[in-house]
Design a protein around this ligand. Structure first.
Ligand SMILES: C[S@@+](CC[C@H](N)C(=O)[O-])C[C@H]1O[C@@H](n2cnc3c(N)ncnc32)[C@H](O)[C@@H]1O
Length: 284
């Protein structure tokens, strides 16, 4: 049984990185008029109250979106990200934080399609309810690894897949790279984004090695850390792996990650990485 609930973590520094990368990718992909298929393998509930019991209990959002909310000197890309979050907070007070499906639904157009997968028995109906009147959206209450793969290649022939598991099940660290491998075999030109937490640095080194040796071209990695890696339990950083990223993404992330590391780092221990894990394919 799943116990992870994203409501406790919504808007934390990991969400800031993940949703910034999501916004940059979808903003780029929707410049072209052709329809896009958006697949969210681990969608969550879609939107969260920050004044509710769960978010208040951890207060994690205060270290993430909370630190950007009133900032008067945000870099332009972060102003765009904050403007998106403000749509959900028309009162100007930070009361709600969106999930990845809501962000995608805002950025996508009438002719795009969204396929959202969520396994949790409480969050799946919430997601369904949130998008009940949006005809672009299909919500699947089931396993997103299999469900996402089953949609590839999409009929639109243009697709973006976000894979954002909670890693509550430890084999997810292996499953994610296996699923990416299968996904790229089925649909090589898709754009894939995978979120990962840095709880044990060694696990992430192994994942990076597997990806470097996978034969998959054009993989980039972006990481934002808030404290030094420790042997003690707890997340010290999180990252996004992006396959076939927009050509603009690396420069965009290089322009904002140093600022974010400084603002969201704890006691001056913020850090970041921006890496090309595998080269562009020579055939591309
Ligand atoms: C980190 S949260 C997702 C947050 C969301 N992507 C966002 O950015 O707002 C991970 C979600 O995956 C769900 N989940 C866990 N295993 C799953 C699976 N195999 N298939 C689909 N959903 C799953 C959990 O219930 C949880 O809601």
């Amino acid at each position: 049984m799943l116990s992870y609930r994203h409501a406790f973590h919504a808007g934390n520094p990991a969400d800031v990185l993940k949703h910034l990368v999501l916004q940059r990718c979808l903003t780029y992909l929707t410049r072209k008029d052709k329809p896009l298929c958006y697949i969210d393998t681990h969608a969550g509930a879609g939107a969260y109250r920050l004044d509710g019991m769960q978010a208040r209990k951890t207060g994690e959002y205060r270290q993430g979106i909370g630190r950007l909310w009133e900032q008067t000197e945000l870099p332009p890309l972060l102003q765009e990200y904050r403007a998106l979050i403000r749509v959900l907070n028309p009162e100007q007070e930070l009361l709600r934080y969106p999930g990845s499906p809501w962000i995608a639904a805002q950025l996508l157009r009438p002719h795009d399609r969204l396929f959202l997968h969520e396994l949790h028995a409480t969050d799946a109906p919430r997601l369904q309810q949130l998008f009940a009147t949006d005809r672009r959206v299909q919500v699947q209450a089931g396993d997103g690894f299999q469900g996402g793969l089953g949609l590839l290649p999409p009929i639109q022939r243009r697709g973006f897949m976000l894979m954002d598991p909670s890693y509550e099940v430890k084999r997810d660290y292996d499953t994610v790279t296996d699923v990416l491998d299968k996904a790229v075999r089925r649909f090589a030109s898709g754009v894939y984004a995978l979120w990962y937490p840095v709880v044990e640095r060694e696990r992430i080194r192994r994942m990076e090695k597997k990806l470097r040796n996978s034969g998959i071209p054009a993989i980039q990695q972006f990481e934002l850390g808030f404290s030094r890696d420790e042997n003690a339990p707890g997340m010290t950083a999180s990252g996004m792996i992006v396959i076939n990223p927009p050509y603009t993404l690396k420069a965009e992330m290089e322009s904002v990650l140093p600022w974010l590391a400084q603002q969201l780092g704890q006691n001056g221990n913020g850090h970041f990485r921006c890496e090309q894990l595998t080269a562009e394919s020579s055939a591309a």
